[in-house]
Design a binder for this molecule. Sequence first.
Ligand code: IMP
Length: 199
Amino acid sequence: MRLLIATQNPGKRKEFQHLLGDLAVELVLPSEVGLGDLEVAEIGDTFEANAILKAQAFAERSGLYTLADDSGLMVDALDGRPGLYSARYGGPGLDDHGRRQKLLDELLYVHDPERGAQFVAVIALANPQTLGCQVVEGIVRGRIIHEERGNNGFGYDPIFQPDGYDQTLAEMDEGFKNRLSHRGRAVEKVIPLLQEIMG
Ligand code: IMP
């Protein structure tokens, strides 16, 4: 089965392919079906709404079953921020490092017991005929530590320590992190949906 992933990021295909294991799906990128320029504005007000917007737009244009994800970091002490705005937190002038520092600054006076946080990933799987979507969610709980540790990963990985582990996500081996992560947990829930479609 050919399955489109609604992302222009080739790294995500590798991650998804790995997480889907030996399931008989061939993941294709938008650029491989003439949709390399299709951009979908993430104007939804939930992760779910944004994942559905992307999955439907790409499924409609490609005629293929399509997976789209939306994810972010929610910090308890900040009432769930940066949440939907994780990628743009602090404005366009900041890079990943700048966004992490901004978050650490905001939590400067927050004590350990209150530094809980979670990564959330929502994946929508769109049917190209009906544009109906099935939606799954993966969550990994942890806490925001006080300074960056580790060089693997991206985004907020160096300041997020999952519950039950001494390492941050950025100190973990990539394969291990991907399985433990919110996205890994969401993909696990997509597998039975794909199996059902494939009969
Ligand atoms: P997107 O869903 O790929 O657009 O991700 C939104 C933003 O959430 C990213 O730009 C990161 O800042 C943050 N984020 C999502 N997943 C992760 C992760 O696994 N590690 C670190 N940061 C993440």
